[in-house]
Structures are given as structure tokens and as C-alpha cells.
Design a binder for this molecule. Structure first.
Ligand code: SF4
Length: 123
């Protein structure tokens, strides 16, 4: 878990939301985790844009989850460059999900990503 000074216990879920299929699947996984109340889906673009209110909420979070579509790890890098350590990181391609599959299976793949995040939260 994060060592932030003023944590409020909130869990925030960031996704790269990349244009690739695996980036979109990652965002769907974030939506699923939000719906299932594992954390609040939050704007990675607002962190990249250094929006003050969003930065404060992200700084105060107790747990930050980053979900990336591929090995470029853009979501994780944006957070770390902003001085926001990542507590749980999952990349879709590490689960064997292709960036541009011939046969996309969005529901199954996004659920797999969400399951990996849940597993990582409990270890
Ligand atoms: S991690 Fe991969 S899929 Fe996500 S934004 Fe970066 S390049 Fe695109």
C-alpha cells in the first residue's frame, strides 16, 4: 500500500485507455472494477494534465491501481512521473491479451484483467 502522508483510504483505478484493443479492454476492466466497488475509476489524462483538484485526490488516495494495455506501461509511467506511486499494476499483454487480436473477446478479456487486479489486491 502507499505511504502517502494524508491517505483517505480511497482506492483509485487508473487505466491507460489506449487506442489498441488491449488498451480499451483495460479501460473496460476499470469500469467493471468501479461498478463492482473495488475502487473509483479516475482520469489518467487529468494526472497528465496536472489538474490541481484531481492531483490532490490522487495524492490522498490510499491505494492506486494502474491498468495498462501493453508493455509500454503508459498509465503507470504517467502516475510515477507525477510522483504518485502505484500499489497494484496489471498489463493486459502480460496476461496474453494481444494488442490487436484477430478475434477480439472484449467481455472475456476485460473480465480477466479485472480478476488479475482483484487477485493482486488480496496478496
Ligand atoms: S500502455 Fe500500450 S495500449 Fe496503453 S496507452 Fe500505452 S501504448 Fe497504448
Amino acid at each position: 500500500m502507499s505511504n502517502s502522508v494524508q491517505t483517505n483510504g480511497e482506492t483509485l483505478v487508473f487505466t491507460c485507455a489506449g487506442a489498441a484493443y488491449s488498451g480499451q479492454a483495460s479501460n473496460q476492466a476499470g469500469v467493471q472494477l468501479h461498478r463492482e466497488k473495488f475502487g473509483n475509476l479516475f482520469c489518467i489524462a487529468a494526472i497528465a494534465a496536472d489538474r490541481p483538484e484531481k492531483m490532490e485526490r490522487a495524492r490522498n488516495a490510499g491505494t492506486r491501481i494502474a491498468i495498462d494495455g501493453c508493455e509500454d506501461h503508459c498509465c503507470k509511467i504517467v502516475l510515477e512521473k507525477a510522483g504518485l506511486p502505484v500499489d497494484v499494476h496489471v498489463a493486459a499483454t502480460d496476461l496474453g491479451i494481444e494488442k490487436k487480436p484477430e478475434t477480439p473477446r472484449m467481455a472475456e478479456d476485460s473480465a480477466r484483467i479485472a480478476d488479475e487486479v482483484k487477485r493482486s489486491l488480496t496478496v
